[in-house]
Design a binder for this molecule. Structure first.
Ligand code: AMP
Ligand code: ZN
Length: 463
């Protein structure tokens, strides 16, 4: 029986889908104005583990995700520029070209991490009519009003606004006092549904006609519109990172529930942050790390996936190069074990049962991973049976166990020549020359290991 922690009820609940046959899962997608960082990717790995667990439990999953390509301002609370326009200015391009480029890059990263692509993906700019439709309903029902700069959601009209955090409206107002006060709003917690091309947004590049005037949507409305269009309302599970609880998801709930008088979804799940030096990932502090940065140091994307499996999704994870290196070494050991024998016809039933129990206990991947190691170390069981079970576990882990990542990388020709020379000197028992050649190879950034099958070579990881 699958149990999941619901941010809304603040409890671990037994999972029961609305429709027995299909689980409807919605994920907030990236804002595509820059490369995603490994913190963002931790959240997408968590969501992938959730989806794989549902499938392991026999459910068919309909997974939908948006792509934010307009309306997400630099500050979550209606202040600052649109992030896409910032990206467009920075690179001297059109916001839609920026969006296309970084959307492709995002999916390259998620593919490399074995994150299964959502079944349905839709961007904010492709769902403008659906967003306008919901705003119209909110205006008609008296939940929204028109100001000079935008159409706003009136948070005072919704009795349980803020229920996701348990924060009262009055507390939210106080917390926001430092942020620029938008004189246009009736209450400071009110948020924009549709911005007009006036004042700070008069030169906004992307804009569309609407019943209230030419403009562009606020960030939150796209998720209400896209989830409803792709999955219906209510759907089963909505997921995202913890930073979205207080504003983005709170506002999604407000919009969808006020417009349609029913819950947006049943379960809210949030992944905790990946921290760096116990702080936020920020470009200015040099702590904004991308998957490419990891690859540049010789790591495989799956080393990072392994690292994420070691921490429960509801605990913070502090990234350091040292922990990534130990993840890399552990994955390498696993791969050696897996490639040492072919899988047998049967697995290890007891371990497989325990594995499912850990997964179903609110996705306890750290325990599931520890179980894989316990299985490897079990002296009683035959290796083929262990490998059979490990391949099943990999349906969740997503670490390419069937085709273990090789430690040996493609070696450049000049290095290969040195290795061949060293092989010759070893055969001729010229150990002095062999040692010199080893030093030479190492100076060029490669490690040489002498094994029973001959020399093994791999790129040294520079951390
Ligand atoms: P954004 O593009 O800002 O909407 O972020 C994409 C996803 O990454 C969202 O689900 C965020 O909650 C999540 N996220 C942002 N920063 C981090 C972080 N440091 N660690 C984990 N998840 C994050
Ligand atoms: Zn969203």
């Amino acid at each position: 029986m699958l149990k999941l922690y619901n941010t809304l009820s603040k409890k671990v609940e037994k999972f029961k889908p609305i429709d027995d046959k299909e689980v409807k899962l919605y994920t907030c997608g990236p804002t595509v104005y820059n490369f995603v960082h490994i913190g963002n990717l931790r959240t997408y790995i968590f969501e992938d583990l959730l989806k794989r667990t549902l499938e392991y439990d026999g459910y068919k999953v309909n997974h939908a995700m948006n792509i934010t390509d307009v309306g997400h301002l630099v500050g979550d609370g209606d202040e600052g520029e649109d992030k896409l326009e910032v990206g467009a200015k920075r690179e001297g391009k059109n916001p839609l070209d920026i969006a296309k480029f970084y959307t492709d890059k995002f999916f390259e990263d998620t593919d490399a991490l074995n994150i299964i692509k959502p079944d349905q993906v839709l961007s904010a700019t492709q769902s403008i009519p659906e967003q306008i439709e919901i705003i119209k309903i909110l205006v008609e029902k008296g939940f929204a009003y028109q100001g000079k700069q935008a159409v706003y959601f009136d948070t005072s009209k919704l009795a349980d606004y803020g229920k996701l955090t348990g924060q009262k409206l009055s507390e939210k107002k106080t917390a926001r006092e430092e942020i620029i006060i938008d004189k246009d709003k009736k209450h400071q917690a009110d948020f924009a549904l549709w911005f007009f091309l006036t004042g700070r947004y008069q030169n906004h590049i992307l804009h569309w006609p609407s019943p209230w005037g030419e403009g562009f949507p606020g960030w939150h409305i796209e998720c209400s519109a896209i989830s409803r269009k792709l999955l219906g309302q209510p759907f089963d599970i909505h997921s995202g990172g913890v930073d979205h609880i207080g504003t983005h998801h709170t506002n999604e709930i407000a919009q969808s529930e006020a417009a349609f008088g029913m819950p947006l979804c049943n379960i809210w799940m949030h992944g905790e942050f990946l921290q760096i030096n116990s702080g936020k990932m920020a470009k200015s502090a040099g702590t904004f790390i991308t998957l490419q940065d990891l690859k540049d140091k010789g790591f495989s994307p799956l080393d990072f996936r392994y690292l994420c499996l070691q921490a429960h999704y509801r605990t913070q994870l502090n990234f350091t190069w040292e922990v990534l290196l130990s993840a890399h070494n552990a994955l390498e050991k696993l791969s050696e074990f897996l490639s040492s024998e072919k899988p047998g016809q049967v697995g290890c039933a007891g371990y497989e049962e325990e594995f499912v129990e850990f997964l179903n206990d609110d996705l306890n991947l750290p325990k599931a991973l520890a179980l894989a190691w316990k299985l490897i170390d079990d002296k009683e069981l035959p290796k083929e049976a262990k490998i059979n079970s490990l391949l099943k576990f990999d349906k969740i882990f997503g670490l390419n166990f069937a085709n273990p990542p090789s430690a040996e990388h493609i070696v450049p020709q000049d290095i290969q020549m040195l290795i061949d020379q060293r092989e010759l000197s070893r055969q001729q028992k010229d150990f002095k020359k062999s040692d010199e050649l080893r030093k030479h190879i190492e100076a060029l950034g490669y490690e040489v290991m002498d094994t029973a099958e001959g020399q093994k070579i791999r790129k040294k990881l520079q951390i």
